[in-house]
Design a protein around this ligand. Structure first.
Ligand SMILES: [Zn+2]
Length: 354
């Protein structure tokens, strides 16, 4: 048996008007869990949309997507009485509520307050330790029932999330095409890899305009399209493809680079990944695509060289490369990648002029 629960969503500046129609069939008692900033940014539009519901409990999820927060919410007696959970926030908040909903077997609805990851529609949760370090991936039985996206809220969030989200999203295409190369893929993986095209071309075409609009807090067609690439297209790839095809060198290098503990304090996930995308394209000899992504990164000021990630050209990067090549994201790729191959690609990229 094969099954695939695909993301369902409503997007638009009037998206919350659909909450009543879509959520109410599950019951009118809802638990409302949110990120602090996400809730203050959305409450004015969100609360009127919840007038027909009884909010049995509302609470800030915490600060980290940790089991401490998950267990606290899971054991909340009022939440146990809820018919459904509504999560309002960024990736960490959504991952916490998705996990709580999975454990309590309650339907989860999401409101994405930033466009940075596809957490609003996927069936995995990235769990961290209380200190913020990565712990594990929690696999849910199902995707959230429905995701509501109001682009007006997203364009008022800090624009760097959108910017880094574009970088992470483009990697989804480059990596899934690479890691599935030479394989005979089943329908679901073929479907996911085909959809990954929408993580890539729309951003190359409209990403610069969309990012400029987000910085000026303007909702435009380009902004909506890029939000859909970041959340919906990436989420669709993620839930559809064989897990082997979700990532490759761009993410392996991200895990390698974050061995330097300051890296994640100074740079966002998608920002670091977008550098890895360039390294992967260079290593794989994809000159045409390299030129396109490099040109895009330069235009929007995503990283194109080590200096953009506060690293020296002369840095031997031994610790980084050691961690990169043993990363499980490289377990399934079309040919073996050695430390020297990654180093050479990095060096070539340093001399690359686009
Ligand atoms: Zn990523």
């Amino acid at each position: 048996m094969k099954q695939n629960f695909l993301p369902r969503y409503t997007i638009g500046t009037d998206a919350f008007e659909m909450i009543r129609k879509i959520v109410l069939p599950y019951g009118n008692r809802i638990g409302l869990i949110y990120g602090e900033k996400a809730f203050s940014a959305s409450r004015e539009k969100l609360l009127p949309a919840l007038e027909d519901f009884e909010i049995v409990h509302q609470e800030v999820y915490g600060k980290e997507a940790s089991y401490a927060n998950i267990n606290r919410l899971k054991n909340c007696p009022q939440l146990k009485e809820a018919d459904a959970l509504l999560a309002v926030g960024g990736g960490k908040c959504l991952d916490v509520v998705k996990t709580v909903g999975d454990m309590l077997e309650k339907p989860v609805f999401t409101v994405a307050s930033i466009a940075s990851t596809c957490a609003a529609v996927t069936k995995i949760a990235i769990i961290h330790n209380d200190d913020g370090s990565f712990k594990e991936i929690y696999r849910l039985k199902n995707v959230p029932v429905h995701c509501f996206i109001d682009p007006e809220i997203i364009v008022h969030a800090p624009s760097e999330y959108f910017w880094a989200g574009m970088g992470d999203t483009m990697a989804k295409h480059v990596e899934s095409v690479f890691s599935s190369r030479n394989d005979v893929t089943d329908f679901e993986s073929s479907f996911g890899v085909a959809v990954s095209e929408l993580c890539y071309e729309p951003i190359l075409e409209k990403g610069e305009k969309a990012y400029n609009d987000v910085r000026r807090h303007i909702v435009s067609a380009e902004v909506e399209d890029v939000i859909k690439s970041i959340i919906i297209a990436t989420g669709t790839v993620s839930v559809s493809v064989d897990p082997n095809y979700n990532s490759a060198l761009a993410h392996a290098l991200y895990y390698g680079l974050t061995v330097r503990e300051w890296m994640e304090r100074k740079h966002l996930h998608g920002e670091i990944v977008s550098y890895g995308t360039l390294v992967q394209l260079m290593l794989d000899g994809q000159q045409e695509e390299l030129e396109r992504v490099y040109g895009f990164n330069r235009k929007v000021k995503l990283p194109v060289c080590l200096k953009d990630l506060d690293l020296e050209k002369e840095d031997p990067l031994d610790d980084v490369l050691d961690a990169t090549i043993i990363n499980p994201e490289l377990d399934h790729i079309p040919y073996p990648i050695t430390k020297q191959m990654v180093r050479d690609a990095i060096d070539k990229l340093e001399d690359y002029k686009g």
